[in-house]
Write a protein that binds this ligand. Structure first.
Ligand SMILES: [Zn+2]
Length: 97
């Protein structure tokens, strides 16, 4: 488990390699274009925070509009112990455990 701002998260939230962070940001931008919403904007800025964190050797850089995403992954942690959405779990478990 990883701690961030006094909360516990699974290892999926570890600092991603630069290439993976870039890919994640691209995927989120595509989703935002296809279904514009505050939810998707929040996913996008969160992913940008991960990319900027990766570039600067930190796990995450705080971004505007990211709160909605943080609330979402905190709920996922409580519900199934992983920050990922259910379709990205492995047999219902965190793939990084
Ligand atoms: Zn996980």
């Amino acid at each position: 488990m990883l701690a961030y701002e006094n909360k516990q998260f699974c290892k999926c939230l570890e600092r991603p390699p630069l290439r993976a962070a870039l890919r994640q940001l691209w995927d989120e931008i595509v989703e935002l274009i296809h279904t514009p919403s505050l939810d998707e904007l929040s996913d996008c800025t969160f992913t940008l925070g991960r990319l900027l964190g990766s570039l600067s050797g930190q796990r995450y850089i705080k971004m505007p509009f990211d709160k909605k995403h943080w609330i979402k992954i905190e709920a996922r942690m409580k519900f199934h112990g992983c920050v990922r959405s259910p379709q990205h779990l492995r047999s219902g478990q965190c793939p990084s455990a």
